[in-house]
Design a protein around this ligand. Structure first.
Ligand SMILES: O=C(CO)[C@H](O)[C@H](O)COP(=O)(O)O
Length: 304
């Protein structure tokens, strides 16, 4: 594998020739690093599988405690991790599942498991994200229907506790000016009051719907609203115009009495492994204090 620390003109030239649609879109800053891996260096046909396998092969080391996320890519990564343990390529890895689905997937794959306790040491975690805001690396999780005892709050605790974090997503999930919903956990007793306050806060930009536990329902969540294992109702704040800043949305939501949490997560350092038509794109967001004099980005390309 060749590794190149590059200047911005070198970056532009490479991105233009290798990933034209990304050349002008990825913004790099002092704290972002970008690597592009051509497809030929990876051995599976689906780009999401490649991204999941790359994540396990690159970041999981023997002896690690690994947070196992949920979603399609995380499922593939869990199965691949199990395979690596069976072949002996990795040893003594313990998984901390972030959902019932990831626990059952991991058990099937033969990964030894432990449950998350506050203060648990987690060396590495991977997860799907619904979307990630370009540049800020702030992610949204929890849009998808929650399964079993799945908890957005617990998932965020595990992701925040991890010493290293990777989100595995597809190209169309990494963008600026995001639209769509932000899941918000609210105390169920006064959920309507809280929903109205959020509605006023984002008036004209978003609608607020209470999520039902089954099927479809109207804005009030129908007769069987979802109640999480912590006893919260879940509001979907559905943005109909582009979100200028996810950080601002999170900040505003945090001021609302009755809000117990939400699906917006910003945790650095963070790496995003992006499955694209032209191979994998790996972008690292470092903690602000790291490598203050480093070049603006680094690009790696696999030797064919
Ligand atoms: O909460 C989440 C990750 O923690 C996501 O909502 C979810 O897992 C995405 O799933 P998929 O990638 O299969 O749509």
């Amino acid at each position: 594998m060749a590794s190149v620390a590059s200047s911005s003109s070198f970056f532009s030239a490479l991105t233009r020739s290798h990933i034209p649609q990304w050349g002008n879109r990825i913004k790099t800053t002092k704290s972002n690093f970008l690597r592009i891996l051509t497809r030929s260096c990876l051995d599976d046909s689906s780009s999401l599988s490649q991204a999941a396998q790359y994540t396990v092969n690159t970041y999981v080391k023997s002896g690690m405690v690994v947070g196992l996320g949920s979603g399609q890519a995380a499922g593939i990564a869990i199965r691949h991790l199990g395979q690596q343990l069976r072949t002996g390529a990795l040893k003594d890895v313990v998984g901390i599942p972030m959902s019932v689905t990831s626990a059952s997937e991991a058990a099937k794959a033969g990964i030894p498991l432990d449950s998350y306790q506050e203060g648990s040491q987690i060396d590495f975690a991977f997860d799907d994200a619904d979307v990630i805001e370009e540049g800020s690396f702030i992610a949204v999780i929890g849009r998808r229907k929650l399964h079993g005892e799945e908890s957005i709050l617990e998932k965020k605790s595990i992701l925040n506790a991890a010493s290293k974090l990777v989100f595995i997503i597809e190209e169309n999930q990494y963008k600026g000016g995001l639209e769509g919903s932000i899941p918000v956990l609210v105390q169920s007793l006064n959920w309507l009051e809280t929903a109205e306050e959020i509605d006023d806060m984002f008036l004209g930009d978003a609608e607020v719907w209470r999520r039902p536990s089954i099927g479809q329902a109207g804005p009030l969540g129908g007769d069987f609203p979802l109640v999480t294992k912590e006893g919260h109702n879940l509001l979907d704040v559905i943005f109909t115009s582009p979100i200028e800043s996810l950080a601002k949305v999170a900040e505003n939501l945090d001021t609302v009495k009755g809000v117990s949490g939400h699906g917006i997560i910003s945790k650095f350092p963070c790496t995003v492994v992006i499955a694209s038509q032209n191979g994998l794109i790996v972008v690292d967001k470092l903690a602000e204090k790291e490598e203050p004099n480093s070049p603006s980005y680094k690009m790696e390309k696999c030797k064919e």
